[in-house]
Design a protein around this ligand. Structure first.
Ligand SMILES: NC(=O)c1ccc[n+]([C@@H]2O[C@H](COP(=O)([O-])OP(=O)(O)OC[C@H]3O[C@@H](n4cnc5c(N)ncnc54)[C@H](OP(=O)(O)O)[C@@H]3O)[C@@H](O)[C@H]2O)c1
Length: 327
């Protein structure tokens, strides 16, 4: 029997995820939910979803849904994920997982108390290139990792009411794209002991560009940046005591890496890749749910929380407080 997915929030990433599910033989896009029934009908029609709901609550209550993918803006993640968990559904929730660490902690508590699966949809984490990197690092291919350098910046046209710029929708580069380099560094080095950064806030009050250095317990560093008004190089490099690994196009979509082992010729590696990339996180959810897990060992709750704590730490240095956080 197919694994029946439901999607909440039918915007641009929901469409990519739905396309990704096509490459997962066990998956069926069973239900979709929008705030607008017409939109649900249209999206559902495009992907052959049996159920097309005009409210998120109806999907959360549908007993036939095996897992819910939350694809709403950052500021709605907590409430929409909670809705699904309270409806007894395993949840895959887009990045940044929540607006802040307190919201993240709240969701993890519910997942644990109800014993229902919950995972951040950091899609790159599950891709073959990242699996290969974890293998290379654990084999000691480049020695001990000492430094990570990564940037994610793109140029969006300024629009104060678009989600990238609107503080009411959790706008800003750090939460939208900075979370990717931070998650990569987290995968390699764990939770930072220190994080310092600078940001340039634009007209709408959110960070249009931000740069930060994270320090880890054995003195490792990560030098990272994010931008929503500037196209940057999109480089991710991992430097070790015996070489380095460079990931080509690390965020969109990583398919190839090069290992430079000291004293050897560089080796380019292109692991087998299928689908559009969103399929890999879906497969992980299906695997974990089938195994009765409430979290993935590839991206456990504690790590998602640690990432949210780092985002909070940096924002507090910049005085970037979202309207929902002001009491
Ligand atoms: N993993 C990735 O590669 C990736 C890429 C881009 C974005 N994302 C993440 O995915 C989330 C959604 O991003 P997106 O680019 O898909 O955004 P989007 O195109 O604006 O879609 C978001 C959807 O959320 C729903 N929604 C609920 N409350 C809303 C509100 N107050 N304002 C606007 N929309 C609202 C809407 O769906 P209905 O009208 O159907 O209810 C809307 O279509 C973000 O958290 C983002 O960080 C991830």
């Amino acid at each position: 029997m197919a694994f029946r997915w439901g999607i909440i929030g039918l915007g641009s990433i929901a469409r990519k995820f739905a396309e990704g599910l096509v490459a997962v033989p066990s998956a069926e896009l069973y239900a979709v939910a929008s705030r607008s029934r017409e939109k649900a009908e249209e999206f559902g029609g495009d992907f052959g979803a049996k159920k097309r709901y005009g409210s998120y609550a109806e999907l959360a209550d549908d007993p036939n849904v095996d897992a819910v993918y939350v694809a709403t803006p950052h500021t709605s993640h907590r409430d929409d994920a909670l809705l699904a968990l309270n409806g007894g559904k395993p949840v895959l929730c887009e990045k940044p997982f929540t607006l802040n660490a307190a919201e993240c902690e709240g969701l993890i508590k519910v997942s644990k108390s109800k014993q229902i699966f919950l995972m951040e949809a950091m899609w790159t984490r599950f891709m073959p290139v990242m699996v290969k990197i974890r293998e290379l690092i654990s084999e000691g291919s480049i020695g001990d990792v000492r430094l990570v350098e990564a940037d994610f910046g793109f140029r969006a046209g300024f629009n104060p009411s678009a989600r990238h710029f609107d503080p009411k929708l959790g706008g800003g580069a750090l939460l939208d794209v900075g979370v990717y380099p931070i998650s990569l560094a987290s995968m390699l080095l764990g939770q930072p002991t220190d994080a310092v950064g600078l940001a340039d806030k634009g007209e709408s009050g959110v960070d249009e560009q931000s740069a930060y250095v994270l320090k880890y317990k054995r003195g490792e560093l990560a030098v990272l940046s994010s931008a929503i008004r500037t196209n940057t190089a999109h480089v991710a490099a991992i430097y070790g005591t015996a070489g380095k690994i460079v990931i080509d196009s690390p965020w969109w979509v990583p398919k190839r890496l090069t290992v430079y082992r000291d004293g050897s010729e560089p080796e380019a590696i292109v692991p087998e890749f299928v689908g559009n990339g969103y399929n890999y996180e879906a497969v992980e959810v299906e695997r974990c749910v089938a195994d009765g897990k409430i979290e993935s060992e590839i991206l456990p709750h504690a790590e998602t929380l640690a990432i949210m704590i780092t985002l909070d730490k940096l924002r507090s240095q910049w005085g970037l407080v979202y309207p929902q956080e002001k009491v």
